[in-house]
Design a protein around this ligand. Structure first.
Ligand code: HEC
Length: 122
């Protein structure tokens, strides 16, 4: 009896893993789709000092650093500039999207320059 119960549990667990896996797989491909990301590529041209201000206004509330925030600490992340441009413009799960009406293209570059001073993109 115990054995049967165990294998039912295992079966359920396997099913959950299979479903979860395929779901997050498609999502990942959708948000990081090759063509889409290529429109976000290019060198970082912004000014870190101006970016610190943008970060304080739009990002620091959720990304204060360390484990205190809703969002993760961003120090030392290795995402590419294109990935972060796309993330800020499109959002991801609980991370909100910011359109050009909120953060201009220029300020987007400034934020990236600021994040580089965190050790990102290296
Ligand atoms: C309302 C809260 C909130 C705000 C505001 C916010 N973020 Fe986030 N951010 C998150 C959360 C939560 C995550 C973790 C991933 C998730 O749950 O979607 C995240 C993830 C990230 C990541 C890591 C992405 C990854 O793939 O894990 C980066 C980089 C980032 N945010 C940068 C920014 C920048 C730059 C700004 C300002 C323009 C910003 N965030 C504003 C909540 C926020």
């Amino acid at each position: 009896m115990r054995r049967i119960f165990g294998s039912i549990l295992l079966g359920l667990f396997g099913l959950a893993v299979a479903c979860g896996g395929s779901e997050s797989g498609t999502e990942g491909e959708g948000s990081a789709g090759g063509e889409d990301l290529s429109t976000f590529e290019g060198p970082i041209t912004g000014d870190p000092a101006a970016g610190a201000e943008v970060f304080a206004n739009f990002c620091a509330g959720c990304h204060p650093g360390g484990s205190a925030g809703v969002g993760p600490d961003l120090h030392g992340r290795t995402d590419s500039p294109a990935e972060i441009r796309a993330l800020i413009r499109h959002g991801e799960d609980r991370m909100p999207a910011f359109g050009p009406d909120q953060i201009s293209d220029e300020d987007l570059e400034n934020v990236l320059a600021h994040l580089r001073s965190y050790g990102m993109f290296q």
